[in-house]
Write a protein that binds this ligand. Sequence first.
Ligand code: CDP
Length: 788
Amino acid sequence: MIQCKTSKEIGGMGHSLKRKEDARFIQGKGRYVDDVKLPGMLYMDIVRSPYAYAKIKNINIDEAMKVPGVIAVVTGRDLEKYNLHWMPTLMSDTQMVLPTDTVMYQAQEVAAVIATSKYAARDGREAVRVEYEPMKPVIDPYKSLDADAPVLRTDKEGKKDNHIWNWKVGDKEKTDDVFAKAEVVVKEQMHIPRIHVASIETCGCVADYDKVNNHLTMYMTTQAPHAIRTVIALVAGHVGLTEEKIRVISPDIGGGFGGKVPVYPGYVIAIAVSFLVGKPVKWIEDRSENLQADSFARDYHITAEMAGTKDGKILATRFKVLADHGYTDASANPSKFPTGMFSIATGSYDYDATYMECDAVYTNKPPGGVAYRCSFRVTEAVHAIERITDRFALEIGKDPAELRLQNFIKKEDFPWKSPTGWIYDSGDYHKGLLKAMDTVDYHQLRAEQAEKRKRGELMGIGLSTFTEVVGAGPSKDFDILGIKMFDSAEIRVHPTGKAIARFGTKSQGQGHETTYAQIIAEELGIPAENIAIEEGDTDTAPYGLGTYASRSTPTAGAAAAVAARKLRDKARKIAAYLLEVSEDDLEWEPGKFFVKGAPEKSKTIQEIVFASYTNHPPGMEAGFEATHYYDPPNLTFPSGAYICIVDIDKETGAIHVRRFVAIDDCGNIINPMIVQGQVHGGLTQGIAPAMYEELIYDEAGNILNGTFMDYLVPTAVESPKWETGHTVTPSPHHPIGAKGVGESPTVGAPPAIANAIVDALSPYGITHLDIPITPFKVWKALKEKGAI
Ligand code: CDP
């Protein structure tokens, strides 16, 4: 049996959390999409392209149609008749649902086979014969802008190159001037590799169109059910599927991490087929399809520069980025931010000159990129600033911890306006780093390293002291496809004092069922186990933008607190009426109002709620319900100080992560156990691109590691013992002082690991290695430098 302490015992907020609540989080409470089985359900499988770039000459379905159980094969030409062969991406680009004439990347959907069983659908898929005329693809993003590169998006009228957009921010002139005059300038070229969200559950859906009532129920693995409903209505409204006739149900999800925000072609095809045949259609990707064809993450080529003084004052940074988006820009970014929150790349340091620029290009690779456990490109930004900061420290021979302590924005300078315009809400960076240094006994480690270096042994200490930016909205700046980014909570308390609360977000295992109940329990004094939490059903939950980019606590968590406070205000009025005193004579303690100076005269929240249905004050609306759509005044800015210690075997390049200490600051913590779980998982997803994961393509666009045999997702075996801790700097604008946490460790870990490895190798003149840093890369670099 799992032994869990109460929230109070573990020091979190909310006094009423019992073991049962924790168990609800651990076990989940619903079913997954693959468990949905409906009468007459059909199964769909997808024919995929073996080529990265090819003309489709012919699709022969004759043999497939002979396979017992196969009832239809759908091609792009079929969808074209209904104008459903293209769809918009979240970045307002366009993406093929099924191609009519050209495939643009290996594993792209070419046709869909519909059958009475999944086995028949797979057999049918194997029997479809497609004739291709292969063309030379564009794989290297640097070559995609060459004058002789083929123009890939010929579907876009007048398009003459593969350039998508140019983005810039900062003061170029001022920054160039600081660089020109600086005593020290360092520069590194970095690639943040194309990686993939490897959630345990792949993507899938059951599209169930009811012809009689002209109603679609869509069970799907989505992190943003309401936004998806709106997108379906926008794409299929012209064939009669308007928004009130669509219900999206996102049941329990086996991991999302950003990969389940986009609309994939499989969803649209399943809806189209169900609409045409009037039967439910199930589509579940297999593991390789998920890895090879779904939206990728990262793939930023960054030139990072830092200017400063010889004694370590950072004066300016410059970042030039080339973003490889594959054949369409299907990023899940807010519309005004094509590079997401990359402009947080100025980091945790106090200086005022920066200039950043990004060019995005098309290539023959799968489209993306998703915000993989990351607030829209923060991972790339943090890697760039934390690596170049270490490079600067190395250049001037200063300890990287000392350099950071010298340059940190000071606690008293918050709220702090960054050179790219963000208003950091709060932070205490010195405290975090000093705590991390104390935990590892930093100075002792440096002494040990010096000794080892004398003996030619390789030991490295890497730091990452990052600032995160999470919680989109505010809606004035953030929208997706025009839909403003806020989030919502609706609390309904039943006459006997038990409640149900519904949200516009959607947990994928982050434990919202527990933490939202805690927030309401804390505000209203109703025990958390008496509060049911529901998300993911567009017919019942209030409209919201979903869960990704660590936005749930900053937005829906805040909405829960504000909605509960509306109810507490109503409760005060009812208590005053019942106790026959003025509202001003009442005092609140979680769970009851009592008369000041006469605590025996009180009304519990349960008595008050009962009265709201049975004996409410004349003129007052009956019932005990409140809804709040929370539009945050600002983002929240969590931070972290991470230290990684590595030992490297010189002869083989093998890297051993000896210790990894992560001190996070996410403001007030709602549930320490959940936060610790978030940090452990995030760190593991941080070590992944640092040491193991990268999607690799050859010149022909073939993916070279399209299965888990070759794409190395770290397991418990590869993961070091994560040592976690925290500092608490509340957000001044969030109703309960909380900031998001889910993605901090994924963002902060890779540069800590890379910095540790480069630190170990630096005596041999190695100043940078691109992640993932494998033993072979280390060995090769040492060999090239003549160290072995
Ligand atoms: O949007 P997402 O749920 O992925 O991210 P989050 O807001 O960072 O929250 C992840 C989990 O950690 C949720 O269950 C939060 O309620 C919990 N959390 C917490 O207990 N205390 C915080 N200060 C932040 C998050």
